[in-house]
Design a protein around this ligand. Sequence first.
Ligand code: 5GP
Length: 117
Amino acid sequence: MSYDTNNIFAKILRGEIPCNKVYENEFALAFHDIAPAAPTHILVIPKGHFVSFSDFVVNAPTPLQQGYFASIEKIAAQQKLSDYRLISNNGAGVGQTVHHFHMHILAGKPMSALLPN
Ligand code: 5GP
């Protein structure tokens, strides 16, 4: 799949659509999910055109990859999250609906099962 520059997260990155921002640096932008699945539900997107996790780790420059993943830990610390779950849906077949790579940070309630029944 090629990158669609009109996807919703591309528009958020360009400032064309507002978001409830929690963190930003040169590598990543993080904001609250519009439909939270947990008391804390933050989306972390890289600053670049990557459709998925696999696209990002194969094609993003190493400094961007390192900076992006380090940002997730910084966000967790900033939000004072000791326990949290990271999810990335890699492809429409497992639920990816926005095709700009992102990680979900989920926290604030017990999460024993990996997947819902
Ligand atoms: P995916 O299904 O691709 O793994 O995750 C996409 C996430 O983006 C969903 O959890 C959805 O609620 C969230 N989302 C979709 N559109 C918007 C939006 O315009 N703003 C925000 N903040 N989140 C969005």
